[in-house]
Write a new protein. Structure first.
Lengths: 255, 662
């Protein structure tokens, strides 16, 4: 069974006074298997962020279904939605979204504290994750005291500490320099190898080339997809670039 | 054409920032109006001609200075708040190609517009409401006068001059702000100060010490006169302590909570404790301001209201008898003749004398050496009085004549009366020493008809009844050199009868008193009633006036706090929702933090009031109010009403906060 199933998802935004309607997603269907590392690519305005918000249960589709481990997200009650999100999903954002009022350690603990876990249990969970991400030394520091790359690693630790079914990453390398980006992508690769399913939305060809599968979204539908298979990152990079060129030069209309 | 652009820009800025600007304009207007009103009352020609109004205008005149100082601090404070909020906007203008000179020009126009609006609107409001306030003042001070109220040109000039100065200074400050900082700083101004605050232990300790010392003084002071002096010391200590504790103590306390892991890592505590640490850093001064202003409002309103409401008590304390005569050079024969005369006349007129007091005695200034042991003091400056008490010595035959008893004492025996108020002298039965004289105190009286002067003196008074006038004279001669003590007589009467009867009898008594040729003076209680109403009415008016002024300031500070908090918290709560906090949890956490931040100043203010209660009752005693129960009730009532207003203001401003956060 697929971990995540997206079936004919459609999203229409209506302006506040019911005037014009904007179709953000026309018809999106795809599924993600466990232990997969999927990247979703598309231009600005292609509906990437809308899709991610729907997957994150922050937004609801106009029609269609999203199932996580067979459970339809639309059946989760409003009251439980925050807890559901906390238990099943981990988030990594472009702008880190760490709270300045907490040390990195407390930032990482945030979802566990919200879930009402005990302190010794949290401590136990933190150590291996912090070690893997190389932030053990930084835990007592505050977000404004560390670099962007370090912040993002702390954010990844926060996403992983609840052992989520799926990690959703929104342009995780968007605010990082190339060195920090490489490091983060390497870590994503490792985490994925250890069995963590990741779904990443990105602009960056380089980031996408680390994924095991890349989906291309255009005009609100899944336009194309590439499997990495046994390709090296460099080959994957080239293939993605070529595909993008085709799409951008109007391939969509002629294909 | 170009200057037109700037004024247009300035106007748009005011409109765009209406959320912060409107309250600023409103307070500016109200401050101007209140300053005009208080000036127009003092400069009013009509009021000057009223009898007894001299003291009234004097009291209110003191208020002018306070309002002026307050207006300076307050308008400057709100202006700097506005500037802080707008730094980013100004930075943006700079980036977009406006030179600093242009921005300065725009700011200049903005401040000028604000100033013109505030002064003009304030004067109009002032003129409209001054009539109302004037009527209120006349009503509470019971002055009756043909209303000659007109617009006071002098008051207008005073107001315009003061506020042009204030706005001039704020303008300079704004210019300086624009020129001083560079563009990048302007753009990032709001992100500064997000660092975790350090624990300032020293400051926290100073805060605790100051508050402790202030409370200690307030609780320990017994003597009214000492209370008068120490009150300001205590107030100053508590103000310093409040600032220090809000700034440092709160953070130290929260960090201690954070160290406790099992407490800290609970859903409720986790977010509020860490959030509060930052809030306290940004808000300590603002909250301390709210706290101190609230305390001032509460003290001022509760004391002036109780003085006014307790005016009967004040009169009875100050004038214990309807007719009171003080005779400085006493002759017992003359006094007795006067008493006889009064009794006969009363009988002839069919008037009952409800109470009759008459005695001669010497008032000696003494200081305690120990229990039942005092010495005469040499009068030498203010300090002499603060640790001293008055010992009134009188011969026993006056006591017998008043109480109708027949007590006989040997020359080394005495009876004492210790009023409840006395805390200075410790006396009881047994051997009592006064310098080298010894008396055996054989009895302590439960009751004694005392004179009103004890209340006026602001010192404790103790009565010692001795065998005869000779003993009194001996002690007096001894005190002569040190204090210049004299033998003085006291006459007091309460009478029953209709108002007209009383009035005519009292004035007859006054005439007789003069005829008798006593070197002294007469006080008739009813004649002072109006004067007291004028005096304490003036105080009440000032109390209400300042109460509303400070309340307005409190409201504005709360409002600004809520808004700035809102903008700061917006981002934080968005992140929390993304990480997996439900809207409900976010709302709950916001509420608990905001409520605790805003309840804190009120709670501390109430604690301050409780600590100051005793000290204030002592001060009220100096002002002749001895009814502690009345003051307590007035205080509770004032606190209650204030808490309700505070709650309403909080509720309204909290709505603005939620609007911003969501």
């Amino acid at each position: 069974m697929s971990l995540l199933d997206v079936k004919n998802v459609k999203k229409i935004y209506t302006t506040r006074f019911g005037g014009t309607q904007v179709q953000a997603l026309t018809d999106v269907s795809f599924s993600v298997e466990p232990r997969e590392f999927v990247a979703i690519m598309g231009e600005s305005g292609s509906g990437k962020t809308t899709l991610l918000n729907i997957l994150a249960s922050l937004d609801k589709p106009t029609s269609g279904k999203v199932c996580l481990k067979g459970r339809d997200l639309s059946t989760v009650k409003d009251k439980e939605i925050a807890a559901f999100r906390r238990q099943n999903l981990g988030f990594v954002f472009q702008d880190f979204n760490l709270l300045d009022t907490f040390s990195l350690k407390d930032n990482i603990f945030l979802p566990l504290v919200l879930a009402g876990r005990k302190y010794p249990e949290m401590e136990k969970k933190l150590m291996p994750i912090a070690e893997e991400l190389g932030i053990t030394e930084l835990l007592a520091k505050f977000p404004y005291e560390v670099s962007g790359g370090q912040k993002q690693r702390a954010a990844v630790a926060r996403a992983l500490i609840t052992n989520p079914q799926l990690v959703l990453a929104d342009e995780p390398t968007g605010a990082l320099d190339s060195k920090a980006s490489d490091e983060l992508l390497r870590l994503f690769g490792n985490i994925n190898k250890n069995g963590q399913t990741i779904l990443m939305v990105t602009h960056s060809v380089k980031a996408a080339s680390h994924a095991s599968r890349v989906l291309f979204i255009k005009d609100g539908t899944v336009f194309h997809q590439i499997y990495k298979g046994n390709m090296r990152n460099e080959e994957m990079y080239e293939k993605i670039s070529d595909t993008l060129t085709v799409i951008m030069t109007g391939g969509g209309k002629n294909a | 054409m170009r200057s037109f652009l700037y004024s247009k820009l300035a106007l748009t800025n005011i409109k765009k920032n209406s959320k912060t600007y409107i309250p600023y304009l409103l307070t500016g207007t109200l401050t101007v109006a209140m300053y005009y009103i208080i000036n127009s009352i003092v400069f009013n020609e009509g009021i000057k001609e009223m009898p007894g109004a001299g003291s009234l205008t004097q009291i209110i005149g003191m208020g002018i200075g306070i309002v002026a100082i307050f207006a300076c601090i307050f308008l400057f404070y709100t202006n700097s708040f506005l500037m802080k909020q707008r730094k980013k906007e100004l930075g943006l203008y700079n980036v977009l190609g406006m030179g600093k000179r242009h921005i300065a020009k725009m700011m200049l126009l903005e401040t000028a517009m604000t100033a013109v609006f505030d002064i003009a609107a304030g004067l109009v409001c002032g003129m409209v409401f001054s009539k109302l306030m004037f009527l209120l003042l006349l009503k509470i001070s019971r002055l009756s006068t043909p209303l000659t109220f007109i617009i006071e040109p002098k008051a207008i000039v005073m107001t315009v001059v003061l506020f042009i100065c204030i706005f001039g200074v704020t303008m300079l400050y704004n210019m300086w702000q624009v020129f001083r900082v560079n563009t990048i700083e302007l753009l990032h101004a709001k992100n500064q100060g997000e660092r975790e605050p350090k624990t300032k232990w020293l400051l926290a300790v100073i805060g605790v010490i100051c508050i402790g010392a202030g409370y200690g003084i307030a609780i320990k002071v017994e003597q009214p006169l000492e209370a008068l002096v120490m009150f300001f010391v205590a107030v100053l200590l508590v103000i310093i302590g409040t600032y220090a504790l809000f700034a440092a103590g709160s953070i130290a306390f929260l960090k201690m909570l954070r160290k406790n892991k099992t407490y800290y890592y609970k859903t409720n505590h986790f977010i509020s404790v860490s959030g509060m640490i930052y809030r306290m850093k940004q808000n300590a001064v603002g909250l301390a301001n709210i706290c101190i202003l609230s305390t001032m409002v509460l003290v001022m309103v509760s004391t002036t209201v109780s003085l006014y409401a307790g005016i009967n008590n004040v009169l009875e304390t100050r004038f214990p008898y309807e007719f009171g005569g003080e005779i400085s050079d006493a002759d017992s024969g003359k006094m007795m003749a006067f008493q006889e005369n009064v009794r006969n006349e009363a009988k002839a007129r069919g008037i009952t004398i409800a109470k009759e007091v008459g005695y001669q005695g010497a008032s000696l200034l003494v200081t305690p050496r120990g229990e039942n042991d005092v010495e005469l003091v040499k009068i030498d400056g203010m300090e002499t009085y603060s640790a001293s008490a008055v010992l009134t010595v009188l011969p026993v035959y006056w006591y017998n004549s008043m109480s109708g008893s027949d007590v006989k004492l040997n020359s080394d025996e005495a009876i004492a009366y210790l009023p409840e108020r006395n805390k200075t002298l410790e006396m009881g039965k047994g051997t009592f020493r006064l310098d080298e004289h010894e008396f055996q105190i054989t009895g302590i009286l439960d009751e004694f008809m005392s004179s009103g002067t004890e209340a006026m003196l602001a010192m404790d008074t103790v009565y010692l009844i001795v065998s005869d006038e000779e003993v009194v004279r001996m002690l007096m001669d001894e005190a002569e050199e040190l204090q210049g003590a004299t033998l003085s007589g006291t006459l007091g009467y309460d009478i029953k009868g209709s108002k007209a009867e009383k009035e005519s009898f009292l004035s007859w008594m006054e005439e007789e008193f003069t005829k008798a040729g006593f070197g002294g003076h007469v006080e008739i209680r009813e004649n002072y009633r109006m004067e007291f109403y004028t005096f304490y009415g003036g105080f009440l008016f000032l109390g209400i006036f300042f109460g509303s002024l400070f309340l307005m300031a409190t409201v504005l500070i709360i409002y600004y706090k809520q808004i700035s908090e809102g903008y700061d918290d917006k981002e934080r709560f968005q992140i929390m929702q993304k990480v997996g906090m439900s809207k409900k949890e976010v709302r709950k956490s916001i509420r608990s933090q905001v409520v605790s931040v805003f309840a804190l100043p009120l709670i501390v203010a109430v604690i301050h009031i409780c600590a100051a209660f005793k000290l204030i009752t002592r001060l009220l005693a100096v002002m002749n109010l001895s009814d502690v129960g009345l003051f307590r009730n007035c205080t509770i009532l004032t606190v209650g009403i204030f808490a309700v207003i505070y709650g309403i203001v909080y509720g309204i401003t909290a709505r603005e906060y939620y609007k911003i956060v969501n």
